[in-house]
Structure formats: structure tokens, C-alpha cells
Design a protein around this ligand. Structure first.
Ligand SMILES: Cc1ncc(COP(=O)(O)O)c(C=O)c1O
Length: 404
């Protein structure tokens, strides 16, 4: 008998979501989750940003109508201003933006559109990177290549490896770059390294896809966290012979709006090329995939960014989150150095939500089975999972499993 075409092998479970299920099922009183990329407050609880809470109060009378295909025009303008600052002004015809279903669909839309229209031979993604970059690009049929991003021996960016690999890319190939607070390593390029990569991309005519998921969340400074995006954008707009770039912007982390799915995709083309046709095509993809983006998250973001008082509150909220993460990094380093007599400075110097601890798969497994502490097999921890109540326990567990 012929097998049915839809009788398919069961795909392996998503690692992070699978682990989160195991964590929920674990009944140990001291269990700790360092898995998810979601902020937790000092009590280990999800945090509604005060600015977001206030905006919600003011939205009580909002209606529930559809947004347009490209989303809310007010939201789009504010999102654009947030990521590009003054760099975008005067270039209305060269930067086309649409609202998306958070950062994931911004990445997906960019990939779908670029695979079809730019027809790159290869897309280069960092090794390692956010797990979805590979899946999203593989689904387009474009060959996915990796560039070395992180050196486990120096615990820094592998700049030489990155430059050498990108130097082999061909015109119209695509390079995916994370704008700040690199997931999963927590290691970013310095401004001078960004400049070198921007020059190389221009020389080799590579199209850049910036993934910006942590603006303001990384350091508390929204402009500082957008520096690389703005530098590359200035370059694209200064030349006529540049393939362009796009930015997949997420508001999940910096507004704590994980479930609302709010984001944007911005396409930047050189000064002599109008973006209107390309933007129209992005809208056509949206129309057939999900028709129009969700309303509520965008309403919150535009309320906050469009109101002077709420914006100030939001920047305070960003500082609270990024400072708490910095403090946890410092305490983790101090505790580990004291207990293990080894150098753990990297956990403090890395930035953003994640730390690449350097723990091996075996050590990660021991943490789970002996101490009920959950993290990804790569040794990545979400620093947000640490708090005053569990940090000593985590320090003790890590020092135990790194001893032998
Ligand atoms: C680098 C990176 N890009 C994009 C995303 C997308 O998140 P979302 O779809 O919630 O905006 C994440 C989330 O963890 C991320 O770390």
C-alpha cells in the first residue's frame, strides 16, 4: 500500500520550548529557569512596565477594528524614528516601513521578499545565532552559510574569521547582523569593528539584514543601542551604488510586550532608488499571509513613544531592567570567582539578556539533573532568570559542576 503523502515523521521538539515544558513539570522547590528570553523582576515574576501599564489605562476606549495592511501609520513613524533617529529625516522616499507581527515575522517577511527579489546566492548568518534565523532562511530555499561570530577561546567576537568569510560573499548576497546584545553570546562588535564590517559590506555589495530585538533593553540607552544600524543606514543613503539594508525591529523585550506581537520592518534603499514599489510588495506578502498586523501592542507602543511623559517613564523602565541585569551579572561573576578561583569576567562584560557561560553540554545536563537548574545545551543562560533569591544557589551549583 502506498504511504500517504501527509504521513510525516514527527519533527523534533523546539529545544527552548521543550525545556520550558520540562521546567514547568519539575516539582523541585529550588528549581531555576535560565531558559527563556523574557524579563523577570527581582521576585522572578513577569514585569508589566509602568509606562505600558499607564498607556493601557489610557487605551480603555480603543476600538477593535482592523488596522491597514501596513499597520498603524502613527506607530510606523514612531518606530522608524526610534531606530533611525535623525538619520532618516529627508529620506522618506528611500526608507519604507511596515508594521509586523513582532521581530519574527519582520525577519520572515524580509527573507521571503529578498529571496524572491534580490535572488542572493547565499545568506550569511552568525555562528552562533538566534535559532530562528536558520529556519527562516532555510525555508526560502536560499543557501544558508554561517560566518564565525564568536571565539570560545577569547570569548570575544571572532573578527578575523567574520571578515574572512564575508570577504568571500558575492554581490547581492545577504548578511544577517544582530544590532546589539547578540543572542546567544551577549558579545557585540565595537564601533570600530562595526565600521570595518560596514565598509566590507559596501565594497562587496552585500545586502544587510539587521535584526534589532534589544534596542534600549541592552544598555538602557536607546540611541547607543541603535548606533550600528544608524551607521550602516547613513552609508546606504550616502551612496548610489549600494544594495541597501533592512531592519527587523522587535518591541517584545524593550516594552515587555512578548505576547502582543509588535514589530516593524524597515527597508532602506540608496538615495537614487525609490522604495515605494518594494514597500508595496511587502504589503502584498502581508495581505496574503495574515492580512494585517495586531492592533493592541502597536497602540501601546505609539501611546508611549508619542507622549513626552510616558516616553520618559519608558526610558526609566529600560534603565531598571538593564541595571538589574547588570547587577546580576556582577553578582554572578563575584560569586563564581570566589567559589571557583577561576576567571568569570566574561559573564560581567557581556551585555543584554543572555550570557554564554562556556559551560559544556555535560555540565548543563548535570545542572539540570542534580540541581534542577535549566538552561540551553549551548551553555547560554538568560540572566533575567537570576535574582537575589536564587543567585547563591546557582553560584553554588555551577561551582560544584565545574570542580570535577
Ligand atoms: C535576535 C532575536 N531576533 C528576533 C527575536 C524575535 O522575537 P519576537 O518575535 O518576540 O520579536 C528574538 C527573540 O528572542 C531574538 O533574540
Amino acid at each position: 500500500m502506498e504511504t500517504h503523502l501527509l504521513e510525516l515523521p514527527i519533527p523534533s521538539e523546539d529545544i527552548a520550548f521543550g525545556l520550558m515544558g520540562d521546567f514547568e513539570a519539575d516539582t523541585h522547590p529550588n528549581k531555576v529557569s535560565l531558559i527563556a528570553g523574557t524579563y523577570r523582576d527581582e521576585n522572578g515574576k513577569p514585569w508589566v512596565l509602568p509606562s505600558v501599564g499607564m498607556a493601557k489605562e489610557r487605551l480603555r476606549d480603543e476600538n477593535h477594528e482592523y488596522l491597514g495592511i501596513a499597520g498603524s501609520p502613527k506607530f510606523i513613524n514612531l518606530a522608524k524614528e526610534l531606530i533611525f533617529g535623525s538619520v532618516a529625516s529627508g529620506f522618506e522616499d528611500n526608507i519604507g516601513s511596515i508594521q509586523t507581527v513582532s521581530g519574527t515575522s519582520a525577519n520572515h517577511l524580509a527573507a521571503t521578499f529578498l529571496a524572491d527579489r534580490l535572488r542572493p546566492n547565499r545568506v550569511f548568518i552568525p555562528s552562533p545565532t538566534w535559532i530562528n534565523h536558520k529556519s527562516i532562511w532555510e525555508a526560502t530555499g536560499v543557501t544558508v552559510a554561517e560566518y564565525p561570530y564568536y571565539s570560545s577561546s577569547t570569548k570575544q567576537v571572532d573578527m578575523a574569521g567574520m571578515m574572512d568569510t564575508l570577504d568571500q560573499a558575492e554581490p547581492n548576497d545577504i548578511v544577517v547582523l544582530q544590532a546589539c546584545a547578540h543572542n546567544p553570546t551577549g558579545v557585540d562588535l565595537s564601533p570600530s569593528q562595526w565600521r570595518q564590517i560596514a565598509d566590507l559590506c559596501h565594497q562587496r555589495m552585500l545586502f544587510v539584514v539587521f535584526d534589532s530585538a534589544y534596542q534600549g533593553f541592552a544598555t538602557g540607552d536607546v540611541d547607543g543601542d541603535a548606533w550600528a544600524v544608524r551607521h550602516f543606514t547613513e552609508k546606504v543613503l550616502a551612496f548610489e551604488n549600494h544594495p541597501g539594508l533592512c531592519v527587523a525591529q522587535s518591541f517584545s523585550k524593550n516594552f515587555g510586550l512578548y505576547g502582543e506581537r509588535v514589530g516593524a520592518l524597515h527597508l532602506v534603499l540608496p538615495r537614487n532608488v525609490s522604495v515605494q514599489g518594494a514597500r508595496g510588495e511587502l504589503m502584498a506578502i502581508v495581505r496574503r499571509e495574515y492580512s494585517n498586523p495586531p492592533r493592541f501592542g502597536a497602540s501601546i507602543v505609539q501611546k508611549v513613544l508619542g507622549d513626552r511623559g510616558l516616553r520618559v517613564q519608558w526610558e526609566d523602565d529600560l534603565n531598571i531592567m538593564s541595571l538589574r541585569i547588570k547587577n546580576m551579572r556582577r553578582e554572578l561573576r563575584r560569586g563564581l570567582e570566589k567559589e571557583t578561583q577561576q576567571d568569570w569576567s566574561h559573564v560581567e562584560t557581556q551585555i543584554g539578556m543572555f550570557s554564554y557561560t562556556g559551560l559544556t553540554k555535560e555540565q548543563v545536563s548535570r545542572l539540570r539533573h542534580e540541581f534542577h537548574i535549566y538552561l540551553l545545551p549551548s551553555g547560554r543562560i538568560s540572566v533575567c532568570g537570576l535574582n537575589e533569591g536564587n543567585i547563591q544557589y546557582v553560584v553554588h551549583a555551577i561551582s560544584e559542576i565545574t570542580k570535577s
